[in-house]
Design a protein around this ligand. Structure first.
Ligand code: AGP
Length: 592
């Protein structure tokens, strides 16, 4: 969940700072850069954003080799001393690292016993001292020796004073390598690189990369050459600074991205699994984390309206360590906007070990998830930079609905006419969502009324409950207000005790079969003093109603979440929060 970058080429300082700005979505507790010039390696680092780092670098500093880092703290508090890069004691090496060195304590003990002093509380600094200790007269040998001593997940970029190469060590954390005619780049994600390079490669695990101005060579940890395929990089959109917040921009893009998700699904071949493979499927998992898990929850609720086999949503970090049954009749969808979430990728490995079929549903081409799954489907939401996921959730739901509709049809659970009706019904969504967006002034007004709530509960039944989960996650992660999601029928079994003046309840009531039950749940909480907001195509007493258009029952999860995304955004803005980079979080959690 940190961002790492390294480059050989002109304007290394300016371009590294640009890259770090783009990588800030991966962590922004601190930032740092190390620049190699004629007199060794100069290192600058600050707490907070890249802007602070820019101010700390004297204008005359120039170099053609630089490494940089934006940090999301895992080991060691947020302070200047724990910011990357780290020097070796003799300052002949400087490193940046993303991941966790799991054996860092034993390595630290060994190094300290031979007199090495540590300047930080981090696991990463260990690498810099190991490089110095392992150096005899070849930097590559020192890097290989160091790589073999590390356990855990790491993407490390190394600058040194002995030669003009840039080195990287990669295992389990993301590392993309880019080249153009006069330079080479190492980076955490492909989008950040695309503005400089013509070709990229995704470094495989257990590899050392050595870059000079002309080429990049790869070696396994034994020093044997490894060939790695480069491919042309589609110019990911230039990540220009959005005026205002990425989160609002990305919510406003949802209607168009839903069109793109549907078009992209068919243009890329649809489900594209052989009918006989689908026919023998006896169990489907929908596995992900956070918002990606919530989209799996919602997709499973919809799939249960079509399929009679088990469709089971599971949180990836639970799946890894629990004993969910998997066999060759198992189809597992892995949902991940970034395609780099460590828990989700570990879950893929578990399903593969047990003979299941793994199907990635992701927003990021060339991400690690794409390389470990049997099949990949893009959701075509384009770059999503706000930490709070919005348009990707809506596009995940569109893509999962299409996938599960095709699975249901191939398994004979629905006929072709039903399938066609579901597919066509998606076309009304962009207009329906535009209507909700045009009502944003009412949502902003409501935000003002609920921003000081002591707690906010989101409730719903059946396919509205996953929407409640997603609405609750959106609100808490950017406003920092305590929030929980509950199946509406569950309140009376305990949580009702928490209802009092000052509490807000957001009821999602789109299921026409649950109207009376939802009215009952709403009156249960309203009579105990809670303020009730209701998102529904129907009207309910004792509530502030956020009305949404009537759509096909399969589509309410994609539509009814939009007022909740906006509500979270406006509440957080009114509380003065940084909606794009909320505290303690990162956009992509690449450690378990
Ligand atoms: C959602 O708003 C959060 N940013 C977080 O829960 C996120 O959905 C989760 O970490 C999964 O990320 P992924 O989709 O990139 O795997």
């Amino acid at each position: 969940m940190c961002g790492i970058f390294g480059m050989l080429g002109q304007n290394a300082v300016a371009d590294t700072l640009k890259a770090l700005k783009t990588l800030e979505y991966r962590g922004y507790d601190s930032a740092g850069i190390a620049v190699k010039d004629g007199n060794g390696i100069k290192l600058f680092k600050t707490v907070g954003r890249v802007e602070n780092l820019k101010d700390a670098i004297p204008s005359e500093v120039y170099g053609t080799l630089a490494i940089g880092h934006t940090r999301w703290a895992t080991h060691g508090e947020v302070c200047q001393g724990n910011a990357h890069p780290f020097y070796s004691a003799d300052k002949n090496f400087a490193i940046v690292h993303n991941g966790i060195i799991e054996n860092h304590l034993s390595l630290k003990y060994q190094l300290s016993s031979v007199g090495v002093d540590f300047s930080s509380q981090t696991d990463s600094e260990t690498v810099a001292h190991l490089l110095q200790k392992n150096y005899k007269n070849s930097v590559l040998d020192s890097v290989l020796a160091t790589a073999n001593q590390l356990e855990g997940s790491f993407a490390i970029v190394v600058a040194n004073t002995y030669d003009d190469n840039l080195y990287a060590i990669k295992n389990k954390s993301p590392l993309v390598v880019g080249i153009n005619r006069d330079g080479a780049y190492f980076c955490s994600d492909v989008r950040c690189l695309s503005r400089w390079v013509d070709k990229v490669a995704v470094a495989p695990d257990n590899v050392v990369a050595v870059a000079n101005r002309q080429s990049v060579a790869f070696y396994d940890f034994k020093g044997n050459p490894v060939s790695v395929k480069f491919f042309a990089v589609e110019n990911a959109e230039e990540i220009s600074g959005a005026d205002g917040d990425y989160m609002l921009k990305e919510i406003l893009e949802i209607p168009e991205k839903i069109r793109q998700a549907k078009q992209g699904y068919f243009k890329s071949g649809g489900l594209s699994l052989p009918a006989k493979t689908v026919h023998r499927v006896k169990r489907i998992y929908l596995i992900g984390c956070g918002t990606a898990y919530n989209s799996g929850l919602e997709a499973a609720a919809i799939a249960r309206k079509m399929l009679s086999i088990d469709v089971i949503p599971v949180i990836a970090s639970e799946f890894i360590y629990d004993n969910y049954p998997v066999d060759s009749y198992t189809l597992a969808f892995f949902i991940s906007q970034s395609g780099e979430t460590a828990d989700t990728i570990r879950a893929v490995e578990k399903v593969r070990e047990q003979g299941g079929f793994t199907y990635a549903v992701t927003n990021t081409q060339a991400s690690s998830l794409c390389f470990v799954c049997d099949k990949v489907k893009n959701i075509y939401a384009d770059g999503e930079y706000a930490v709070a996921s919005t348009k990707a959730y809506n596009c995940q739901l569109v893509t999962l609905l299409l996938l599960l509709t095709d699975v249901s049809y191939l398994k004979g659970a629905i006929d072709d006419e039903t399938r066609k009706k579901i597919v066509e019904s998606i076309d009304v969504l962009p207009t329906a969502i535009d209507k909700v967006l045009s009502n944003s002034y009412q949502i902003a007004k409501l935000a003002e009324e609920i921003k000081d709530s002591s707690a906010v509960f989101f409730i719903g039944r059946t396919a509205d409950y996953p929407t409640a989960c997603e609405g609750s996650l959106k609100l808490k992660e950017i406003s920092y207000i305590h929030s929980e999601a509950y199946p509406a029928g569950e309140l009376k079994h305990g949580t009702l005790a928490l209802m009092e003046k000052g509490v807000t309840v957001v009821a999602i009531a789109c299921d026409s079969l649950q109207i009376d039950k939802m009215a009952l749940s709403i009156s249960e909480v309203a009579t105990r003093g809670a303020k009730v907001v209701c998102v529904s195509p129907y009207s309910f007493e004792n509530t502030a109603l956020l009305s949404i258009p009537v759509v096909n029952r399969y589509l309410y999860g994609i539509l009814s979440v939009v007022p909740l995304q906006l509500l979270a955004y406006y509440v957080a803005k009114r509380l003065g929060r940084d909606v794009d980079k909320p505290r303690n979080l990162a956009k992509s959690v690449t450690v378990e």
